[in-house]
Design a protein around this ligand. Structure first.
Ligand SMILES: [Cu+2]
Length: 242
């Protein structure tokens, strides 16, 4: 990301965190888990499409705060970054509290009265998925096999970050959740490029992705959704999701 893109992201997340109603960060984070109902579709056939709709609409919500802002991805395979990426790791940035470091969890009383802000407890270096592991997963031609294997390494990254990210109920409150899921979404995009004849099974295409006003079919084409990813697995630093 450029300094400008990062600064815009911080502005947008700060603004969203300050909004208490349905447009705010807390509401978006809450869709994933608590407060109930838990909508996310981990361990289902809709894992990738549901999270793509989620990222797409969250990014749109941020763009209402700062036009043109985009969500970046965290490439946890790029060995030199076997830790929380710098822009998310610093407590303060640009002379104020860094909104990518942590976030309030609201309404805190309804989730865990003792936890009012997100926390992390990152694991040791050398544990995050390697490029070779990701390559092997991308080679699967069958969508459902690919998706199951990708979700499994995705789970490992949640656990590696630790703290709030470890539990589905609270994971999306941690600002790094979005960068992690952009990486997952990007890997789906790379898989789509690699296997043009393969895809999501036809029987799933008209499934609705509640609570979002989108179907699986509407998530298939990222270019149609108006965003893009660097098309190489080697490109650790790209212009971002958007
Ligand atoms: Cu996740």
């Amino acid at each position: 990301m450029t300094a400008r893109q990062l600064s815009d992201l911080r502005k947008a997340v700060t603004a969203a965190q300050a909004i208490g109603d349905d447009r705010g960060y807390q509401r978006w984070a809450g869709i994933h888990g608590l407060p109930l109902p838990i909508s996310c579709t981990h361990h289902s056939e809709l894992f990738l499409p549901w999270h793509r709709a989620y990222l797409y609409l969250f990014e749109k919500a941020l763009q209402e705060r700062v036009p043109g802002v985009t969500l970046p991805w965290w490439d946890w395979t790029s060995g030199h970054e076997e830790s929380i990426p710098g822009p998310y790791a610093r407590r303060r940035a640009e002379g104020r509290r860094n909104p990518l470091f942590d976030s309030p969890i609201q309404p805190s009383g309804r989730i865990n009265p003792r936890q009012s802000r997100t926390t992390r407890a990152p694991g040791a270096p050398g544990i995050l998925p390697s490029p070779a592991t990701v390559e092997a997963i991308l080679d699967n031609r069958d969508f459902l096999t690919f998706q199951t294997q990708l979700e499994s390494i995705h789970d490992g990254v949640h656990v590696w970050v630790g703290g709030t990210m470890e539990s589905i109920a609270t994971a999306a409150y941690d600002p790094i959740f979005w960068a992690h899921h952009c990486m997952i979404d990007r890997l789906w995009y790379l898989w789509q490029l690699r296997h043009p004849g393969a895809g999501v099974p036809a029987r799933l295409l008209d499934r609705a992705l509640a609570p979002f006003p989108m179907t699986v079919r509407e998530t298939i084409d990222v270019t149609g959704l108006g965003y893009d990813y660097a098309a190489s697995t080697a490109a650790a630093k790209g212009p971002g999701h958007g």
